[in-house]
Design a protein around this ligand. Structure first.
Ligand code: AHM
Ligand code: MG
Length: 345
């Protein structure tokens, strides 16, 4: 047989699957609004790179000496873990280098970090949420939100650039360091998840247009604190546990990103209420509550402080705490109704 008559060689095994792979880069390019400068996309790549570096370090934590305390106390008076500090450094350095931000607000820094230059965005982040779980090998995550700058770019950025409602966010997301590393992201155009392929170092699209399932499966509250809750929260959880209401399982990891992610995939509600001794709860409005509420709403759910959407709250300080309820819209609304109906403390 003449060489030219032969059948073309069979494609390598898996070539079709490779052709269908959508990397985060390709996805963001495809969805970039016409006329956009590309700065937001570039900023998101920087955050994705930060996620890869933190993921890599997290995986090696048991081999290195990164597990355990660093001896430094953060602005909330909590001892910082070495990985918290590493994650904060990585995010800050990459964003500074990228030149697209004018300020960075971090859980781990007492004041906003002002970045010289003409950056037109502000990033708020919790570099490593759930870090008390590090030494027990439980999932942790990086949470971020991105605001467009409001202040005059000819002057320094100011409080108005970061003390503002979550409704002003142009993007938010998290990187979950779990059994795999997943970056979940919204730029106001639905919620999409990308899983890190560790072999090639790329985030590839694994869920597009995620939507909170209509039928919730889980509720996630730290039940041990129930004696410390206000009556409305207790009434709501008691309602969830009644045999004549939708039967949910209780699952609480104690790592907000992981609890949120599971409930986003399988349906449910996550809550960290106010408690006796913690009148504003534990989580932080600016870099935990607002970004997660943005994702919840983009996925058809809701984020609330128990009375109103978290996205409508205007914070007055960068580290302010707030009660947080996130997930299935109907459940969060029911919780709000029960809180409003309960007698005051
Ligand atoms: P952190 O930002 O110091 O890590 O604390 C936030 C974490 C959340 O991820 C988690 O839901 C909560 O603290 C768990 O707290 P608790 O152990 O009181 O239930
Ligand atoms: Mg946190």
């Amino acid at each position: 047989m003449d060489e030219l008559d032969r059948d073309p060689p069979a494609p390598p095994v898996g070539a079709d699957a490779v052709a269908e792979l959508v990397t985060i880069e390709q996805f963001l390019q495809d969805r970039r609004p016409e006329g956009a400068s590309g700065d937001l996309t570039a900023l998101l790549y920087d955050l994705a790179l930060a996620g890869k570096l933190i993921s890599n370090r997290t995986r090696r934590a048991g081999l290195t000496e990164l597990m355990g305390a660093s001896g430094v106390i953060n602005p909330q008076g909590e001892e910082q873990k070495a990985l918290d500090l590493y994650a904060d450094d990585v995010v800050t350095s990459l964003l500074r280098r990228g030149g697209r931000v004018c300020a960075i607000v971090s859980e781990e820094r007492p004041e906003p970090t002002i970045v010289d230059g003409t950056g037109t965005y502000v990033v708020v982040h919790d570099p490593l949420d759930g870090s008390s779980n590090i030494d027990s090998n439980v999932s942790i995550g990086t949470i971020f939100g991105i605001y467009p700058r409001l202040s005059d770019p000819d002057g320094p950025p100011d409080d108005g650039d970061w003390l503002r409602p979550g409704r002003d966010l142009v993007a938010a997301g998290y990187v979950l360091y779990g059994t795999s590393t997943v970056l979940v992201l919204s730029t106001g155009d639905g919620v999409h998840a990308f899983t890190l392929d560790p072999e090639v170092g790329e985030f590839v699209l694994t869920w597009a247009d995620m939507h909170h399932p209509d039928t919730p499966a889980y509720y996630s509250f730290n039940h041990a604190s129930s004696p410390l809750w206000d009556q409305g929260i207790g009434d709501f959880v008691a309602w969830l546990e009644r045999p004549d209401t939708p039967q949910l399982s209780q699952r609480y990891i104690g790592s907000a990103v992981a609890d949120f992610h599971r409930n986003l995939l399988h349906g449910g509600i996550y809550g960290y209420p106010a408690e006796t001794g913690l009148p504003d709860g534990k989580l932080r409005m600016v870099y935990e509550g607002a970004p997660l509420a943005f994702l919840a709403e983009q996925a058809g759910g809701l984020g609330s402080d128990g009375h109103q959407p978290l996205l409508d709250v205007v914070p007055t300080t960068i580290h302010q705490r707030t009660p947080v309820f996130l997930g299935h819209r109907g459940l969060v609304e029911r919780l709000q109704d029960m809180v409003d109906a309960a007698p005051g403390p």
